[in-house]
Design a protein around this ligand. Sequence first.
Ligand SMILES: [Fe+2]
Ligand SMILES: [Fe+2]
Length: 297
Amino acid sequence: MARLVTEWVNVTNDITIIARESGEVWFRTRNDTKEGVDPFATPMTGGGATGSTIRLLDGAINLGFAGIEKRLARPDLTPAGYVVALVGAYHTSVDTPRNLRRAAKRFQELGRPEVAAYLEVRAREETGHDRLALKDLRALGVPGERLVASFIPKGIKPLCKRFDDLCVEDYPIGCIGYSYCLERIAALKQKTDIEKVQALCPDGVDATRFLRSHSCLGSEVSHVEETIEFVASLPANDRISVVQETYRSALIMAEGYNHELLKSEAEMLKELRQAVGEPLPSIAPSHGKNLDARPAA
Ligand SMILES: [Fe+2]
Ligand SMILES: [Fe+2]
């Protein structure tokens, strides 16, 4: 009988994620090592398997988000919060095709056509997603183009910079870890999350194009599945780099969440109003009130 694959990646100075193909995963700290005997002290060198690779990747995300409060991980939805989220969605998707193509070109130069081909497909699949966010903003009566041109949520900025930086590295394999982190988290969004947004919108307004496509109902699910399979097929060094970057991206994302979600509705509205230069229209159903008239959260 073939032996089950075990994979491991050291993600911080003293935490190593270990995963078995059969599904077990655990986080090992340096203190767990008895009398200096540690079979996981040296980097893994063997082949991967989807069953263990997915657990390394998801373990890295969980570890990155471990510091964030549960309340913040699933915040109550507010109209201003949703507009800010759409602006963030625009900024995290507008440069994705260009960035992925740049990384693909580099892998072509490096003699890794299989990585280049994977990134090219991703670039094609992600094309136009920024426009979904703009359409949603427009559907809400918000001047989307004007808003995104002058406003990038502070919590989103470091994430965009991280992706830009990763894609121009000499060996840009980390961009796969970043993308996995964002797509995996998006794919966790459920039908009920979309329904909550719909309930927030005026009757007949569809402002959930981006959300639907980046949820368990959209293309994100197959993107995640394809990425897991692809990462599992990579050599050990690449898998290690991808998992390490998934962890770093999750940390940056968690920090951004903290920053944005700790803001009150009033603070968010102020930022949005300043960016657009005028009060925002109502996006709450039935009240006919201006969005600006909503009480602070
Ligand atoms: Fe996308
Ligand atoms: Fe995607």
